[in-house]
Design a protein around this ligand. Structure first.
Ligand code: ADP
Length: 843
């Protein structure tokens, strides 16, 4: 065990099944593995193990592991080589795989399979008894008498002869000499068979030769063949030292420590041309001086590296990226404000405020080209056209457009790249984007900046800050590039659903432009001006083939979508277009048959009638294509019992109506809250109850037995349906009060009312945010009256005129006014009804 040669391999080995190369003891081979079992072997054994023993695996040649785990294991080659994994490199491109560098130790035979999954584990028997290999190769006298001695002597002689024909100044030859001097002769067949040019089949023969005699016999002809081949070449050409190098040229994927003698000559030449071309490209890339210096240094290193070294590929990729980057390539801005206005107007209906601000921004840029202004950030629900405005801006400027999705990015190296020392390192998204657009002044849309994550791998927001800061971004240094790249010409635009989760430092750099949702009427306009024509074009249809009347659009909007934007509306049109495209295509086919066999009566029968064009989508067709309506006007239906009220909520996806339900039962005055509520919401519920208890007398509220304290001997359960959505915020206060007032009084809340507002213990109604989105949601849901805080009155001005005209707004400064507006004929006890008290029913 002391000599290092007395290797004892474990009796159970995980097996790597390969089909691409044969590992022989004493040589090192690179294997690329991607089948499930092999991948598991690497991830669960090699990468997890900590002991030296855990890096020893068995390599079974000539057996491809099936692509799927469920497939049965193929019959395995009976002999394999135990080896040490000396390097593991993982990569995801073009598909997940590992590259393993394995040094062969000794032969083994498989005596039994222990398990097949997740990787193959087998009981093995070591075949080579390495401690018997004693004869130093250089000793003149054969160690063994008889045939084996003779064979090993012959083999050694041949090896020496081969060595004599090679140029000693080449490193790999020098290594060959060292090996010849130091290895025992018994090891030579294996080592030489993998060094000289041999096919996999031949290597397999050497592997299968378990006895030494047989092994020498198998390997000797290969060695002689190599010698003869060399002789032939030497004879046919006068080989000078230069040419000789070629004989030994490095072969891609070579075998012995990355190399193999090779009689092919093209490789090196090709390589030389290649680096020369690369050098030319480096000089032509017009990169910064610092970058040029780095590139030339790397190129120098590259030239010295053998291609099979893993670092070769890394350096090569790096240089390829460097020459591809648009160091000084840019498009020329062509900004004409008048044209920009037309373009923005043509592309987008409504959103006037946004368009105006964008035009101002562009105009200032035109006057002062080196504008270091804030970054525009469009904030609004999904599908309201944020991305599409970004795209229009790029078009008006005549710039390239690139979208960088930041949702879920939680590692700063996503932005700033990985250092090149890491396995699988690559540049960040900014540099990648620049490579894609190939100019240095594109419009970059940073999508969903509100969904940046944070993790142990550093804060991506900090990296983004560096990208956006005009003071710093002219020398942005991606970790992978490791030289500065000037980002100051890039126009950044950000989008988000809400400002609440944008990191404050980032928000500080941005000018927020709110993009609210659309009203029903605006959606109809957008649909007919933009969405339908776009979808028709995408599906290869014309208005002569498909017609969607306004009335149908309205029906789709109200019964098949419930959203602030128009994204799912667009998808519904897509579905309609697909359905119609099938009909039209069928029609085509029929018309053709008709034309070719006009008089053939047999054809007439099974002929479908071509649809009459245009196909008009009415409600019946709609139901056929999209199925039954997804959303009903449910508000009035649900308000048929006391103890239900409708609130208005704001979410990053737009406004929504929110039901609040309450029930009471005999108990001990406990309050139960359900429906995924946040802390603020729970506090609102407690506030509401306290206020109602305090004012029970005024409003003639009673408990279950008719007493004045609503909670006496009563348990209350408050529920906010749609339990999957977490709800929080103070604005449900007035809704909870109204709901409970309805429960305690036994009166129904008006079926067409929705409300929002924060409450205080004293019964005041405080203003809340998101009024516009909330009112639009109420309008969508068919509500007629909206109760909102008095101090939110000014927000109503932002609403489209038709919404304002369709809704009845009640602004309330206190709960008294809220209750009065929420119930038909007012609420008993409220200021307006004091004079005509109404009797409340007793439950
Ligand atoms: P967002 O980025 O806000 O999620 P998108 O820009 O992806 O939304 O918009 C979704 C679709 O709706 C796009 O096809 C876009 O052209 C269309 N769209 C949205 N708003 C408008 C509008 N005001 N006028 C025309 N099309 C619009």
């Amino acid at each position: 065990m002391d000599s290092g040669r007395g290797i004892q391999i474990p009796s159970r080995l995980p097996l790597l099944l390969t089909h691409e190369g044969v590992l022989l003891p004493g040589s090192t081979v690179r294997f690329s593995v991607d089948s499930p079992r092999n991948m598991h072997l690497v991830s669960q054994r090699l990468l997890k193990g900590t002991s030296l023993k855990s890096t020893i695996i068995g390599v079974i040649p000539n057996t491809r592991d099936p692509e799927h785990d469920t497939d049965d294991l193929p019959t395995l080659h009976k002999i394999g080589t135990a080896g040490i994994a000396v390097q593991v490199v993982g990569s995801n491109w073009p598909k997940p795989h590992y590259t393993l560098l394995i040094t062969g130790l000794c032969r083994f035979s498989v005596s039994g399979l222990l398990k097949e999954r997740p990787f193959v584990l087998a009981e093995v028997q070591q075949l080579d008894k390495l401690e018997q290999y004693t004869t130093p190769a250089t000793e003149g006298v054969p160690a063994e008498e008889g045939e084996l001695g003779e064979l090993s002597h012959q083999f050694y002689q041949a090896a020496v002869q081969l060595l004599g024909m090679l140029d000693m100044s080449v490193p790999v030859v020098a290594k060959f000499r060292r090996l010849l001097d130091s290895l025992p002769r018994e090891a030579l067949p294996d080592v030489l068979a993998s060094m000289i040019r041999t096919s996999n089949k031949e290597k397999l023969q050497v592997l299968d030769a378990v006895t030494l005699e047989e092994r020498f016999k198998k390997a000797l002809p290969m060695l002689t063949r190599q010698i003869e081949g060399l002789k032939l070449i030497k004879k046919s050409r006068k080989i000078g030292p230069d040419n000789e190098k070629r004989v030994l040229s490095v072969r891609k994927g070579g075998v012995f420590p990355g190399r193999q003698f090779n009689l092919d000559e093209e490789d090196e030449d090709e390589d030389g041309d290649d680096t020369a071309a690369l050098e030319k490209k480096i000089h032509g890339a017009k990169m910064s001086e610092a970058a040029l210096r780095v590139c030339l240094k790397e190129l120098k290193r590259l030239k010295k590296m053998p291609q099979s070294m893993p670092e070769y590929a890394l350096t090569r990729n790096y240089l390829d990226l460097m020459v591809e980057l648009p160091w000084s390539k840019s498009t020329k801005d062509c900004l004409d404000i008048r044209a920009a206005r037309t373009l923005l107007d043509n592309d987008h209906y409504a959103m006037d405020k946004l368009k105006r601000r964008v035009l101002e921004y562009l105009a200032v840029r035109q006057l002062k080209t080196s504008l270091k202004g804030p970054i525009l950030c469009f904030v609004g629900p999904p599908g309201v056209g944020k991305t599409s405005v970004g795209r229009s801006i790029a078009r008006t400027l005549g710039r390239e457009f690139h979208r960088i999705a930041l949702g879920g990015v939680c590692d700063q190296s996503d932005i700033r790249g990985h250092r090149r020392t890491y396995v699988g390192s690559m540049p960040g998204r900014i540099i990648n984007g620049l490579k894609t657009v190939a100019v240095n002044n594109p419009v970059f849309l940073l999508d969903e900046v509100d969904k940046l994550g944070k993790s142990l791998q550093g804060d991506p927001a900090a990296a983004l800050l560096e990208v956006l800061d005009p003071e710093q971004n002219h020398s942005f240094t991606d970790h992978y590039l490791n030289v500065a790249f000037d980002l100051s010409q890039v126009l950044f635009i950000a989008t988000a659903n809400t400002t609440a989760t944008i990191p404050p430092a980032l928000l500080d750099r941005m000018e927020v432009l709110q993009v609210p949702g659309y009203t029903q009427e605006e959606k109809v306009e957008i649909a007919h001006r933009h969405l339908i024509p776009n979808q028709l074009e995408q599906h290869g249809l014309t208005p002569q083939q498909l017609h969607i009347p306004q009335d149908t659009t309205q029906h789709i909007i109200s019964s098949y979508t419930r959203e602030a934007g128009v994204r799912s509306l667009e998808r519904k049109f897509g579905a309609i277009c697909r359905a119609v495209a099938v009909k039209v295509a069928e029609g085509h086919r029929v018309t053709k048959t008709e034309a070719s066999t006009p008089e053939d009566p047999t054809q007439q029968e099974d002929k479908a009638v071509p649809p009459e064009l245009p196909i008009v989508i009415d409600h019946v067709a709609l139901k056929d294509i999209l199925g039954p309506p997804l959303f009903e006007m449910e508000v009035s239906e649900r308000l048929t019992l006391p103890g239900v009220a409708v609130g208005l909520a704001w979410t990053p996806l737009g406004g929504e109506i929110l039901f609040v339900e309450a029930s009471r039962m005999e108990g001990e005055g406990q309050l139960t809250l359900t429906g995924q509520l946040g802390d603020v919401m729970k506090e609102s519920a407690h506030l509401a109850i306290s206020w109602l208890r305090a004012n029970a007398k005024t409003y003639q509220l009673t408990n279950m037995v008719g007493g004045p304290d609503p909670l006496e001997a009563t348990d209350i359960h408050l529920h906010f349906p749609a339990g999957a959505v977490t709800k929080d915020g103070p604005s449900a206060g007035v809704t909870i009060v109204t709901c409970l007032a309805s429960l305690f009084s036994g009166r129904l809340v008006r079926s067409d009312v929705a409300m929002t507002g924060e409450i205080t213990l004293r019964g005041l109604v405080l203003p809340v945010g998101g009024i516009k989105d909330k009112v639009l949601a109420a309008h969508r849901a068919g509500v007629k009256r909206v109760i909102l805080p008095k101090r939110n009155e000014k927000d109503l001005e932002e609403l489209p005129a038709n919404v304002r005209a369709n809704l009845d707004f009640v602004t309330a400064a206190n709960l008294d006014q809220v209750l009065n507006a929420a119930f038909d004929g007012g609420f008993p006890g409220t200021a307006s009804t004091h004079t005509h008290p109404q009797l409340s029913s007793k439950l």
